[in-house]
Design a protein around this ligand. Structure first.
Ligand SMILES: C[S@@+](CC[C@H](N)C(=O)[O-])C[C@H]1O[C@@H](n2cnc3c(N)ncnc32)[C@H](O)[C@@H]1O
Ligand code: SF4
Length: 379
């Protein structure tokens, strides 16, 4: 039976949006949470009727926005709807994204009881000045306490998001958070370099010179520091921005990178099934109205051609430690990549940028800084 990942978008954030963020989330719609959860449950039922029997669920991800701002019991009710409408694999991975200031013991215990088996905390940095400067709603102390609380409640699979290239950030700040994560034996870390997104407060401030961010070289140095410290602690890089202890790789993200099928519920959710991408509306009211009228809130549909999937597969595969499985790739897309890209592959491997081992094309550990050029050569 085919497997499927599910993504549940929770588009609410606490008080104020972070200055760098352009994810679909609202800070003025808290009063509509129950209405939204009701709509989500309805969408799950509608999809379950259509697809529930054809798949087994391998991973579920509650992302945001900030799923942990939902009232007590809401995640449980969504989980009940999921269980009633889909069949789960026995080792299904179920993650909730959680912001430190909203992590109460009551909520974490609720998640555990509801079957959540992976917590992902957005910590970003443990420097209070920077946290304030980028508009976060928590302190370093709250972030540390949230991770400790999750361990006390019994979560064994804990991930932390951190950011690199933040205004005012120095190598020392990066070392501080990584050392904390290592001490806490956190088993998964996502380290994202800041992207200045047009339309965000931070983008505007940097543009007019009111705020300065570290140079690209400084950010690369931060990334290398993360890589070194985490590798030494046994957390291996398995994708450009993701590090984990053995067997704690995020199954949900691995499915995205393998171009596996996934269904997204909620405002702005993006799905991929039967070689087709489709997206839900980002308009909150339109989403609710559409579900209330028993209609899927889809606003765009795109069928991917074989060539588009092929290119995507190269792009995503090369970002991962596993690389591109040559046999699977040739079977899926036809042709012979080793012959079709003979010259390029010889050029890249003779310079040590890629290696061909165990039937895989992989980017060399020290060549990630030219990843985009490698990808461009092979697609
Ligand atoms: C979708 S956000 C939601 C998680 C949660 N609300 C939080 O803020 O911790 C997931 C992660 O994306 C990263 N992120 C968000 N905006 C970013 C940006 N502009 N550049 C780089 N990383 C970003 C942050 O590390 C964040 O933890
Ligand atoms: S809490 Fe997370 S989703 Fe919300 S604004 Fe901040 S980064 Fe974006």
């Amino acid at each position: 039976m085919k497997t499927l990942s599910l993504y549940i978008h929770i588009p609410f954030c606490n008080k104020k949006k972070c200055d760098y963020c352009n994810f679909v989330s609202f800070v003025d719609k808290q009063a509509l949470m129950q209405k939204y959860v009701d709509a989500l449950i309805e969408e799950i039922k509608m999809r379950g009727k259509k697809e529930g029997k054809n798949y087994k669920i391998s991973s579920i991800f509650f992302g945001g926005g900030t799923p942990s701002v939902l009232g007590v019991g809401m995640i449980t009710n969504i989980m009940i709807a999921l269980k009633q409408n889909f069949r789960f694999l026995r080792n299904v991975e179920i993650t909730v994204e959680c912001n430190p200031e909203t992590a109460t013991e009551e909520k974490l215990r609720e998640y555990k009881l509801a079957g959540i088996n992976r917590m992902s905390f957005g910590v970003q940095t443990l420097n209070d000045k920077i946290l304030k400067l980028i508009g976060r709603q928590h302190t370093a102390k709250q972030a540390k306490e949230a991770v400790e609380l999750a361990k006390d409640v019994g979560f064994q699979n804990i991930s932390v998001d951190m950011m690199l290239g933040l205004p005012g950030q120095k190598i020392g700040d990066v070392k501080k958070i990584v050392r904390f994560l290592v001490r806490q034996k956190v088993n998964h870390v996502s380290a994202y370099s800041l992207i200045l997104e047009p339309g965000t407060v931070m983008y505007d401030k940097v543009k007019v010179g009111a705020l300065k961010v570290p140079s690209e070289d400084e950010t690369v140095e931060m990334y290398n520091t993360v890589y070194d410290l985490l590798s030494r602690a046994g957390l291996k890089r398995y994708e450009v921005s993701n590090f984990s202890m053995l067997d704690y790789e995020c199954k949900h993200n691995q499915n995205y990178w393998k171009l596996g099928e996934y269904l997204a519920f909620g405002v702005g959710g993006h799905s991929y099934m039967n070689d087709t991408r489709f997206a839900n509306t980002e308009d909150f009211d339109k989403y609710i109205n559409s579900i209330e009228n028993d209609t899927f809130p889809i606003v765009s549909v795109e069928k991917l051609s074989l060539n588009m999937r092929r290119e995507e597969s190269i792009m995503l595969g090369l970002r991962t430690r596993e690389g591109i499985n040559i046999e699977d790739f040739d079977n899926e897309y036809g042709g012979h990549i080793l012959k079709d890209k003979k010259q390029e592959i010889e050029f890249l491997s003779s310079r040590g940028f890629i290696s061909l081992r165990n039937g895989h094309i992989k980017v060399s550990e020290n060549a990630y800084y030219v990843l985009n050029s490698i990808i461009m050569k092979l697609i």
